[in-house]
Design a binder for this molecule. Structure first.
Ligand code: HEC
Ligand code: HEC
Length: 352
């Protein structure tokens, strides 16, 4: 009897001596899986290269709301990407960041990015992991450098532990920081709007007559570009939006990326999910309401110096989509069914 007891005591001692205190016990990260809603296209993000875990997600969330990613210590990702506005910047047509400096584009929503392969209005970011480098280093956004951010994180007490838990050692480097931000962002799936419930036949949810009518008109007149249940075909198109002289030196649309004149004023077709809350609209936030957007599609298009998408030209060559007042009303009723209150209020993504 004596010997086994002694061994046990020794083992307990050994175990308790091997770590200075019980707090250092690091639980293994638990794998998270990104939803694949039945009505969505397939996931584009390479999950194997960066499999999300609870610890990676928590770290990514903390970084997303971390002011120290900016030079002043105040402008976090969440400063411009606010949950209640589908992670856009409420009240701002174009983004403003450090020192009150303004960019020239409207903040995009952060939702369903796991299903997209290219990012920003012009597709300049071809990998989600690389996208955050743009706002962190842009003078008009966070005005920081990656080495300086890493150094600040190193000196904040909570980060080495969080990196340890997420990646197995406390080392803080840019790859880990960017991977954690992606782990947070790929989990941000909005797929529980009224629309989703209707198309998936859930809970006996049905469209009203006006919504159903709006959906039919939308499918006929809008869905060639705002395609799939992401409401974007992920191509770059010129939708006949009038040229904005205010940003004549900066904004060329996708031409900025490869320099092709044929890409002038083409933008990635935006998803219309949670569109009720992500106003103002378009790459420069020029329209404050959905009514204004539909008036634009009906009679506001103009030659803008680029190649306007041929489907927006009528048989007689004029630009525009034929829409009656009733059509516009019905389309707006339909677009509002894309609001996902569960997503907009999901505590997993909330700052506090
Ligand atoms: C100063 C405001 C501002 C801050 C801060 C900011 N963003 Fe953005 N974000 C924008 C704007 C504006 C765009 C559109 C950029 C463009 O098209 O050039 C954007 C676009 C994006 C996109 C692309 C979305 C899509 O559908 O393609 C992602 C992802 C993103 N931001 C993530 C982040 C992350 C992560 C951070 C923090 C590291 C961050 N943003 C900080 C304003 C901001
Ligand atoms: C030829 C392709 C095409 C068609 C057809 C089209 N759109 Fe668009 N839509 C776009 C592009 C591209 C943009 C972004 C343009 C920009 O930002 O300047 C856009 C922007 C929008 C926006 C603003 C989204 C945001 O996040 O700011 C809304 C709303 C919208 N479209 C609704 C519609 C509706 C409703 C219809 C049908 C009446 C329609 N679109 C038809 C390509 C199209």
């Amino acid at each position: 009897m004596e010997k086994p007891l002694l061994t046990l005591v020794c083992l307990v001692l050994l175990w308790s001596c091997s770590s200075d205190n019980a707090d250092e016990y690091v639980p293994a990260p638990v794998a998270l899986s990104v939803e694949q809603p039945a009505n969505f296209p397939e996931i584009k993000y390479n999950m194997e290269a960066n499999p999300p875990t609870d610890a990676g997600f928590e770290l990514g969330k903390k970084l997303f709301y971390e002011g120290n990613l900016s030079s002043s210590g105040v402008i976090s990702c969440g400063f411009c990407h606010e949950q209640a506005s589908a992670f856009t910047h409420h009240g701002h047509t174009i983004s403003h960041g450090e020192n009150g400096l303004e960019g020239f584009r409207n903040t995009q929503p952060i939702q369903n990015l796991a299903y997209f392969s290219e990012f920003t209005w012009d597709g300049a970011a071809i990998h989600l992991d690389l996208q955050p480098i743009i706002p962190i280093t842009a003078e008009v956004e966070m005005n920081e450098t990656i080495p300086s951010v890493l150094e600040k994180l190193q000196n904040l007490p909570e980060y080495p532990d969080m990196f340890n838990r997420a990646f197995g050692t406390p080392e803080i480097n840019s790859e880990r920081m960017l991977k954690a931000l992606s782990q947070f962002m790929v989990m941000m799936v909005s797929s529980n709007s009224k629309y989703d419930k209707v198309v998936r036949g859930e809970d006996g949810v049905e469209f009203t007559e006006l919504e159903a009518e709006g959906r039919a008109i939308f499918n006929e007149k809008c869905a060639s570009c705002h395609a799939t249940d992401l409401f974007s075909d992920q191509t770059y198109r010129n939708n006949g939006i009038p040229f904005n002289p205010k940003f004549k030196d900066e904004e060329q649309g996708r031409q900025r990326v490869f320099g092709y004149v044929s890409d002038f004023y083409k933008f990635r077709v935006p998803s219309l999910r949670n569109i009720e809350y992500s106003f103002p609209y378009m790459h420069d936030g020029r329209f404050g309401t959905l009514e204004a957007v539909l008036d634009f599609y009906a009679f506001g298009m103009a030659e803008n110096g680029g190649e306007i998408d041929p489907i927006l030209r009528k048989k007689d060559g004029r630009l525009g989509i034929d829409l009656s007042e009733h059509d516009k009303e019905a389309i707006i009723a339909f677009l509002k069914t894309l609001t996902d209150h569960e997503f907009l209020n999901d505590e997993r993504f909330a700052e506090f």
